[in-house]
Design a binder for this molecule. Structure first.
Ligand SMILES: Cc1cc2nc3c(=O)[nH]c(=O)nc-3n(C[C@H](O)[C@H](O)[C@H](O)COP(=O)(O)OP(=O)(O)OC[C@H]3O[C@@H](n4cnc5c(N)ncnc54)[C@H](O)[C@@H]3O)c2cc1C
Length: 442
């Protein structure tokens, strides 16, 4: 495999013993560069996942989707004679303990730009006595290689990615079946619920089924039925014209690289492929770039200077409407379109991309301070969206509220030079009335 996908996180030398793959962001058996790399050492591989009792405000909606996907991972690995252990507790404690107990010689994990994961990895890298490798199994072009700095926008990242795509958008090798059948492991899936300290009131969704198989079905369905119309229809929230892949991509139940390869192979029109791959590769990998190089990706200090200046200059502007958490969360503002979008997210776990932009911008318009707006948008997004807590989410919110990857627009109250979106603007783009009625019937 291309070794540029790998970074070493410490300076320790390899010892005897099996390779541990600590699966975290990329929760799948197939098309997984981290698992493929773990097998390159030609030693027995053990896969583990470390389940924390709470994670950045995730609820049972996201936990259940993930755990069902992981049960499928367990089965898929066992077919290849690869043991799968579900550890319970905090990775910086459980992983060194597991390594010691199993006399492992090498640790491999997958890449994630989010702070919490990087902190876990830093601690583990110091605590263990063996080499610790990180593989970017999520991006097609490894994040640190695509660019060595925070990019200004899609226009600066795009040429860098495009230059490297021929090297990295390649077919995956097949997983090797291990010789020895593993001893039976009882991961006690049925007792996990009692261990979780999460919100159980946000209901699971049933329109999207979790797991690697379902992810592939969803991709096939999109390619067969909707890809050709994607460029024209994707911005209409009344149509199901997009791929619905974001939750699968978020949990790593499908690889973006596999999606990219299948899209390229398909018989769809060139333009459709181009427009979709721009979102899947350039926009998505731009979000990882932002979170990787901007430590404050979820706070106002991560906004570009021009945006901070203009927002501060308009800090004291009079807001016509001011809402606290409750009316926002319950979708009880004066704006029926915003309420419909909020309720779409609460009920289904997915708000349409076009509405996400409008939704976040209105939170800026209707809250007392910039800091409060950002905090509220992240809180609501991550509580209800099935694909929440993703670099795409932090970046999408920072784009909407803080001008990240955008430019200055005409100055106006509250927003300053941040791009504005209005109810009437939405009316000119799609049938707003229909959207409101449909959401109220869900
Ligand atoms: C305020 C706001 C909040 C957002 N929150 C999230 C979030 O929590 N999680 C999340 O995954 N995405 C988030 N997005 C990005 C985008 O809205 C979703 O990725 C998209 O709606 C998912 O639907 P889909 O898979 O059908 O998209 P498709 O249109 O089919 O796109 C295919 C894939 O391309 C990527 N993509 C599409 N649009 C974007 C984009 N604008 N930025 C980066 N990548 C993109 C996604 O991985 C997506 O699955 C947010 C955007 C905004 C403006």
């Amino acid at each position: 495999m291309n070794l540029k996908r790998i970074r070493k996180l410490n300076n320790k030398e390899a010892a005897d013993g099996p390779v541990i793959y600590w699966m975290s962001r990329d929760q799948r058996v197939n098309d997984n560069w981290a698992l493929i790399y773990a097998q390159e050492f030609k030693r027995p591989v053990i896969v583990l996942f470390c389940l924390v009792p709470e994670f950045l405000g995730a609820t049972i909606r996201q936990y259940a989707f993930m755990l069902k996907g992981l049960q499928e991972v367990e089965k898929g690995l066992l077919k290849n004679n690869i043991p799968f252990h579900l550890l319970i507790g905090y990775p910086e404690i459980e992983i060194p303990k597991f390594i010691e107990k199993n006399r492992a010689g090498i640790l491999v994990t997958d890449f994630d730009p989010l702070r919490i994961k990087r902190n876990w990895k830093d601690k583990i890298a110091k605590r263990i006595k063996m080499p610790f490798y990180e593989v970017d199994a999520h991006n097609i072009v490894p994040c640190w290689l695509a660019s060595d700095k925070k990019e200004f926008g899609a226009y600066t990242l795009r040429p860098k990615i495009n230059r490297l795509l021929p090297e990295f958008l390649e077919e995956f090798p097949k997983l090797s079946r291990q010789k020895q059948r593993p001893v039976r492991i009882n991961n006690k899936w049925e007792t996990l619920i009692s261990y979780l300290k999460i919100d159980f009131n946000v209901k699971e969704v049933d329109w999207l089924k979790p797991g690697e198989k379902e992810a592939h079905k969803t991709l096939k369905n999109f390619i067969d039925k909707r890809l050709n119309d994607y460029p024209e229809l994707r911005n209409d929230p009344n149509l199901s014209a997009t791929s619905d892949l974001s939750s699968y991509l978020h949990f790593g139940q499908i690889s973006a690289q596999r999606v990219g390869l299948e899209i390229k192979k398909s018989s769809a029109a060139k333009k459709a492929k181009q427009v979709f791959l721009e979102e899947l590769i350039v926009r998505k990998e731009l979000s990882d770039n932002f979170c990787f190089y901007e430590p404050n990706y979820d706070s106002v200090s991560g906004f570009p200077d021009w945006a901070k200046q203009t927002l501060i200059a308009h800090k004291k502007d009079k807001r016509k409407y001011l809402y606290t958490k409750e009316p926002l969360e319950n979708g009880q503002t004066h704006d029926d379109l915003w309420n419909a979008a909020q309720l779409e997210m609460v009920k289904t776990g997915k708000m349409h991309n076009y509405m996400r932009m409008y939704w976040a911008k209105k939170i800026l318009e209707w809250t007392k301070s910039l800091e409060q707006a950002l905090e509220m948008a992240i809180y609501l997004n991550d509580k209800y969206e099935l694909d929440g807590r993703d670099p795409n989410g932090y970046t999408g919110i920072a784009w909407s509220i803080g001008g990240v990857h955008d430019r200055a627009w005409q100055e106006r109250p509250v927003f300053g030079k941040i791009r504005y979106m209005s109810y009437n603007g939405c009316k000119s783009k799609f049938d707003v009335k229909k959207y409101i009625v449909v959401q109220s019937e869900k």
